[in-house]
Write a protein that binds this ligand. Sequence first.
Ligand SMILES: *[C@@H]1O[C@H](CO)[C@@H](O)[C@H](O)[C@H]1NC(C)=O
Ligand SMILES: *[C@@H]1O[C@H](CO)[C@@H](O)[C@H](O)[C@H]1NC(C)=O
Ligand SMILES: *[C@@H]1O[C@H](CO)[C@@H](O)[C@H](O)[C@H]1NC(C)=O
Ligand SMILES: *[C@@H]1O[C@H](CO)[C@@H](O)[C@H](O)[C@H]1NC(C)=O
Ligand SMILES: *[C@@H]1O[C@H](CO)[C@@H](O)[C@H](O)[C@H]1NC(C)=O
Length: 493
Amino acid sequence: MDYKAKAIAGLLAATCVFSIIALILSVVNVRDVFLPPSTKYGLVFDAGSTHTTLYVYQWPGDKENGTGIVSQVEACTVAGPGISSYADDPAGAGASLKPCLDKAMEIIPAEQQRETPTYLGATAGMRLLREQNSTKAQQVFAEVAKAIGEYPVDFRGAQILTGNEEGSFGWITVNYLLETLVKFSFAEKWEHPQDTEVFGALDLGGASTQITFQPGVTIEDKNMSVFFRLYSTNYTLYTHSYLCYGRTQALKRLLATLHQGSRSPQQVSHPCYPKGYQENITMADLYNSPCVHAPSSPSPAQNLTVMGTGDPAACAIAIQELFNFSCEASRTCGFNGVYQPPVRGQFFAFTGFYYTFHFLNLTNQQSLSDVNSTVQTFCKKNWTELVQAFPQEKRYLHTYCSAAIYILTLLLDGYKFTHQTWSSIHFSQQAGSMDIGWSLGFMLNFTNMIPTEAMEHVKGHQPSLWAGAVSFIVLAIVVALVAVFLQCFWKTT
Ligand SMILES: *[C@@H]1O[C@H](CO)[C@@H](O)[C@H](O)[C@H]1NC(C)=O
Ligand SMILES: *[C@@H]1O[C@H](CO)[C@@H](O)[C@H](O)[C@H]1NC(C)=O
Ligand SMILES: *[C@@H]1O[C@H](CO)[C@@H](O)[C@H](O)[C@H]1NC(C)=O
Ligand SMILES: *[C@@H]1O[C@H](CO)[C@@H](O)[C@H](O)[C@H]1NC(C)=O
Ligand SMILES: *[C@@H]1O[C@H](CO)[C@@H](O)[C@H](O)[C@H]1NC(C)=O
């Protein structure tokens, strides 16, 4: 009897231990079987007019529809100029991308490379090349596609974004990163944040500039209107891209205007360049862009000497001449007669806006008068002083005054920000640790990661529900087994 009882108690204990192990194993198995590979990756080449960047993104595979879930693992800067500069050496454009692709292949585990969506989006630099010679643009794209095709990724094509797409995807990036579209609440639901206004997006590239915002009034020109339904909320945005008003092209046009107004065909006085600065450029370099109109009577000189005069007032006047501010009386405009509703809400100003203002230490929400006085002071510094103060920056140092005054003119006279609305512009390059630009928004859209309808539950929670169910079943079995043994025990005694 004593012996029997001991044996049965031992059996019971063993059953319990095995049941617990089975329970743990079954929960682990459920996780393995029901959760997709834990991390997914996506690659986007941002092929701008002056350079190309490869962004490597990752996100947890089971939660792809949330916001703030995608993170940037790497931003690899491609050495050399933008792909549009390879018009006469298309193969060079393809080859230039390889070091960054190699780097990406080191980051993404080999077994996931084949399912990694990979895109190349080109912007205004390629829009201009296509305008100049579409055959050359196609050749560059063919070589770029060939180079990416040599890697084991899910390459989904190279394309030229329209100006509207570029603006819209920048807007999506900003609002996705700041979680103004949707938030995961404590009630375990995705919901539209209450009382949160979405942010507008201001993007300054090398060849074009984009403005995108929700105006809250009817957009009179349908060409500048885009509609999104994201997480059950409708957004009607105003967006416009001004080709040739990017930083590089605008400053090139400024130089050409100054050249054409100059008394001597070989010499140009540049009020935006620092006093004491001098450079020689070729006519071919100055007039090689479709943004720059060649003079009606080409001068015989092949070279010109540009001399800085460091005169911010004259600089501002010269920059004004790049714009046409007249507007039909019946409507509101940006510039060049382009319709634009009045700016509304908070804005993020990134890329070229940020780089220029960051150099001048103007990204801390300074007032407009502080910004103006900083720029004035900077523009009056002579070249020797500047080189001494910023020896690392020598390549672009002579352009910061022009760029700063150009940005002020664009924002105030162009987009019509005022002393009051100036404080709603946030100059920023990143949100979290993610770069702000169009590439994230582009990837989110093309991988369908922003659903139109908000979801009731997050899918990632379902496997744990399942695990709960399995645990319950296992426990029930254990209880049943114990009951059976106990019954045996009573019967035998
Ligand atoms: C465009 O480029 C192609 C290939 O380089 C060249 O053969 C053609 O002459 C160019 N066309 C124009 C209009 O410049
Ligand atoms: C400015 O644009 C208006 C039309 O919006 C046009 O009539 C005028 O000629 C333009 N001015 C210049 C200087 O180009
Ligand atoms: C920006 O601030 C830094 C640190 O205070 C300073 O060294 C630098 O000279 C400033 N840059 C300009 C353009 O004034
Ligand atoms: C988003 O991607 C889809 C293709 O998946 C495309 O049809 C749509 O036009 C894109 N949206 C925008 C604004 O480009
Ligand atoms: C995300 O949303 C898309 C479109 O609504 C859907 O097809 C996809 O299954 C969703 N993914 C997850 C992990 O919920």
